[in-house]
Design a protein around this ligand. Structure first.
Ligand code: MD3
Ligand code: FE
Length: 216
């Protein structure tokens, strides 16, 4: 018998419970990357990445775009979901079928059957970009989970508690990893540490994160 087959690799197990209702599914999206990347390119052709401004007047270091009925936007007036891309005046591009299937299947695999996302926020991090600790609370209904898909170069995700000052767990996220957050974990503080310099064979010097939400 080849004992190496049973040796955990440097990364660790496939399924990790990060909280009572937060599950990391390592590599879960890998078999679907070939379908996701052309769909992503089609979204970007209609709604290119752009850097938004925070209500405090800072430029976000991650660039973003959206697909689906609703898109998350930020400007000097605040954060909100809109039906139209403020840059083009057009509706956000429709959610591609492979995006929707991935989000629904991953939610179900983590115990959230019936997830119907109407918004997909696409974040792009170049080396050095980060996202400071925050809560996601612009959605109408916190009972639906959030599904996050990491593509490209690795990042360290910060998973905090229900208060900003609570200590945060550091979770390395790699190409193909999927995380599903719901229930009591839905409003936990979270962020992304500044990305290290790296290059990914498929995405170059970038991390792209798809975040699916039921926003409306
Ligand atoms: C944990 N994006 O866009 S997605 C965001 O990697 C955002 O781009 C990060 O946080 C990124 O708002 C993380 C994962 C995520 C999304 C929502 C959460 C994690 C969450 C809500 C509660 C707890
Ligand atoms: Fe967030």
């Amino acid at each position: 018998m080849n004992l190496e087959l049973f040796e955990p690799d440097a990364i660790g197990p496939t399924r990790v419970e990060l909280g009572p209702a937060a599950t990391l599914l390592r590599g879960w999206a890998l078999p679907r990357v070939d379908a996701l990347l052309p769909a992503l390119d089609a979204v970007l052709a209609a709604a290119p990445f752009r850097h938004m401004e925070t209500p405090g007047g800072f430029r976000m270091s991650a660039a973003l775009t959206n697909c689906g009925m609703l898109g998350w936007t930020s400007d000097r007036h605040g954060y909100r979901y809109t039906r139209l891309d403020p840059q083009t005046g057009q509706p956000w591009p429709a959610m591609p079928a492979p995006f929707l299937r991935l989000a629904q299947d991953a939610a179900e695999a983590a115990g959230f059957a019936g997830f119907r996302p109407d918004a997909c926020l696409v974040n792009r991090y170049a080396p050095g970009a980060r996202m400071s600790l925050h809560q996601d609370k612009n959605e109408r209904d916190f009972s639906a989970p959030i599904v996050s898909v990491s593509l490209g170069i690795a990042a360290v995700f910060l998973f905090g508690g229900s208060r900003r000052g609570d200590s945060a767990r550091r979770v390395p996220l790699q190409h193909g990893d999927v995380v599903v957050w719901g229930g009591p974990d839905r409003l936990r503080y979270h962020g992304v540490l500044p990305l290290k310099d790296a290059t990914h064979p498929r995405l170059g010097a970038a991390r792209v994160n798809l975040t699916f939400r039921q926003a409306g």
